[in-house]
Design a protein around this ligand. Structure first.
Ligand SMILES: *[C@@H]1O[C@H](CO)[C@@H](O)[C@H](O)[C@H]1NC(C)=O
Ligand SMILES: *[C@@H]1O[C@H](CO)[C@@H](O)[C@H](O)[C@H]1NC(C)=O
Ligand SMILES: *[C@@H]1O[C@H](CO)[C@@H](O)[C@H](O)[C@H]1NC(C)=O
Ligand SMILES: *[C@@H]1O[C@H](CO)[C@@H](O)[C@H](O)[C@H]1NC(C)=O
Ligand SMILES: *[C@@H]1O[C@H](CO)[C@@H](O)[C@H](O)[C@H]1NC(C)=O
Ligand SMILES: *[C@@H]1O[C@H](CO)[C@@H](O)[C@H](O)[C@H]1NC(C)=O
Length: 530
């Protein structure tokens, strides 16, 4: 998410509160859990580091009461931290719970401090395991060698609800009054966590920002391994240089379909990209020219298609044309053989080894197509009920007055945009029985060319959280989200600095045909690009 998003929040009311002692906070009661300890200490002049590519800015000069609550669930043998940063001065009267990324239930103090710097009483939870984005091996298997369902359940949903309860109680104890409004903010795993709250604990939060959510985790994350399975089975490992030729060709084919030639594919529905047009082309690469063969184009086609059943039916989605291959289809040179080999993305690789095979030594490079299909089926049957987070019936959240925003990059290389759109369509049907009404409480914004929670060739929302607050507190629904490119800070390469509007799906941002294409003012929301 754009880091600024968490800071620029309109203040509806100046909060009136008094601090009680930070060292003497009342222990909360958490149903289904035992509170083991509670401690607080004032922290002055705190600064936090950036975490590219997700959080590019830093926070400094923060003065907060730092509260740590540890709790445990009977039978799970866990030790879960819920941490709060409570602004000592200028609290805005609101609560903001923050989510995580990858295998981490939270981003540690990185996102927490940003929320507190925006004058929110902020919280995060570690779910009872280290906040390691990539590597769950320290907690995935229990002492019996089986997947640790207790900790997976914490990560999936339980700890999020506990955090809501603890957060509200600690705020009441410290400030002597309840938070006027409670919010969730997260992207990726944090987006999935936000949707878990809306689905399972619809009264916890008034507003939820659930960006690029890893919902349908068993399908999405298993499918993230698919490009590696394809390369291993086809016996060829294209370099990123070759893959980039396909990105370039896809952009060339489909860029203008949205009315603007800017290196960003906005009209994916109309984009019919055939990788085989590159067969025979020579691509200049660092080690010399590489000729694109039909073997390479087959691999690319299969990655874009996504995994299929033995009968050729789609199991899950693939990468959109024009999307980066770097994360899920990365390759490297084997130090032992000197030959190219696949380099899997750690998040799905660990998922398969630990949660599906319960074997840290399992060699995912040996997975055949048939074995992959079995793993896919196993993932869904074993884990959809725990971490699918795909219940489209949000009636209870809607009835509680909740408002939710999801934004999703169309060049997201981890969470497939079609999965996010498909869920939203199901919500439209399941929640209201009528199309359209969903807009009253839940809006989806697609961001052309944007990556997974950060800008790539296309911009991301400059502030998706402020509009959520406005929707909750003033009843003003966001008809557009402002979006912009952002300066690179060691993150992925960025396109030209542009401003845009994002429109609530299924609307699109249509160019007026005459203004500056880099200026948001030249765009209006419309039914289609035509
Ligand atoms: C804050 O609350 C106190 C006690 O309820 C009241 O006396 C005071 O006027 C309030 N201040 C503001 C700025 O609202
Ligand atoms: C706060 O920390 C900054 C460094 O992060 C330092 O330069 C500054 O002097 C500190 N201010 C106080 C009041 O301690
Ligand atoms: C907050 O408290 C926890 C628990 O004592 C501690 O580990 C952490 O470093 C503290 N954070 C800051 C910023 O002092
Ligand atoms: C809260 O406590 C801090 C430090 O103890 C103090 O500086 C600040 O003025 C207090 N804020 C309010 C609103 O009472
Ligand atoms: C891709 O692989 C290269 C080694 O070939 C490695 O240096 C790089 O960090 C990897 N990139 C990602 C995003 O995993
Ligand atoms: C959706 O959820 C609501 C409230 O939780 C429930 O009353 C309703 O029956 C559900 N609808 C369907 C179609 O399951």
């Amino acid at each position: 998410m754009a880091a600024a998003a968490l800071l620029l929040t309109p203040l509806a009311t100046a909060a009136n509160f008094t601090n009680s002692s930070c060292t003497n906070i009342r222990a909360p009661t958490v149903p289904g859990a035992t509170v083991l300890s509670i401690s607080g200490a004032e922290v002055h002049n705190y600064s936090s580091r950036p975490l590219p590519p997700f959080f590019l800015d830093t926070v400094s000069g923060l003065n907060v009461c730092n509260v740590s609550v540890f709790l445990s669930h009977p039978g799970v043998n866990d030790n879960v931290l819920v941490q709060l940063f409570l602004p000592l001065t200028a609290w805005n009267g609101r609560f903001q719970a923050t989510g995580g990324g990858g295998w981490a239930t939270s981003f540690g103090e990185v996102q927490l401090s940003r929320a507190a710097a925006g004058n929110y009483a902020a919280s995060r939870t570690d779910g009872g395991h280290p906040d390691d984005f990539y590597d769950p091996s320290s907690w995935a298997l229990g002492p019996d060698g089986k997947p640790n369902i207790g900790l997976l359940t914490n990560y999936a949903s339980r700890s999020l609800h506990d955090m809501a309860i603890v957060g509200k109680a600690v705020i009441q104890s410290f400030y002597g009054k309840e938070a006027a409004y409670s919010y969730w903010s997260g992207c990726s795993t944090g987006g999935r966590e936000g949707l878990a709250e809306a689905q399972l604990f619809p009264d916890d939060f008034d507003g939820i920002l659930a960006a690029a959510p890893t919902i349908n985790w068993p399908s999405t994350i298993t499918a993230d391994e698919w490009p590696q399975v394809v390369m291993n089975n086809e016996g060829y490992f294209p370099s990123q240089c070759e893959y980039n030729a396909f990105i370039g060709a896809a952009v060339k084919t489909c860029d203008a379909l949205d009315g603007v030639t800017d290196g960003v594919i906005g009209n994916l529905d109309a984009c019919k990209f055939d990788p085989s047009i590159l067969i025979g082309t020579s691509v200049p690469c660092p080690g010399g020219d590489i000729k694109i063969t039909s073997q390479t184009t087959k691999i690319v086609q299969m990655i874009l298609d996504g995994p299929k059943s033995a009968r050729g039916q789609r199991l899950w989605y693939g990468l959109n044309p024009g999307t980066d291959f770097l994360i899920t289809a990365n390759t490297t040179i084997s130090p032992t053989t000197g030959k190219a080999i696949g380099l899997p993305f750690q998040v799905p690789d660990a998922w398969i080894k630990l949660f599906l095979k319960a074997d840290p030594t399992y060699d995912t490079a040996t997975i055949t197509y048939e074995q992959f299909r079995q793993l896919f089926r196993q993932a869904k049957s074993q884990y959809d009920a725990i971490i699918g987070i795909n219940n489209p019936n949000l009636s209870a959240f809607k009835a509680a007055g909740g408002k939710m925003i999801t934004w999703q990059g169309l060049a997201d290389d981890i969470v497939f945009s079609e999965g996010t759109v498909s869920y939203y369509e199901q919500v439209q049907k399941a929640t209201t029985g009528k199309r359209g009404d969903t807009q009253d409480f839940y809006r989806l914004f697609l961001a052309p060319g944007a990556g997974h929670c950060y800008p790539l060739a296309g911009p991301v929302p400059t502030d998706a959280f402020g509009p959520l607050v406005k929707w909750v507190e003033e009843g003003i629904a966001p008809d557009t989200l402002a979006a912009a490119g952002a300066p690179s800070a060691g993150g992925p390469p960025l396109g030209p600095s542009v401003s845009r509007i994002l429109c609530p799906w299924p609307q699109v941002a249509r160019y007026d045909g005459k203004g500056d294409t880099a200026d948001a003012k030249s765009y209006k929301c419309a039914k289609s690009f035509k």
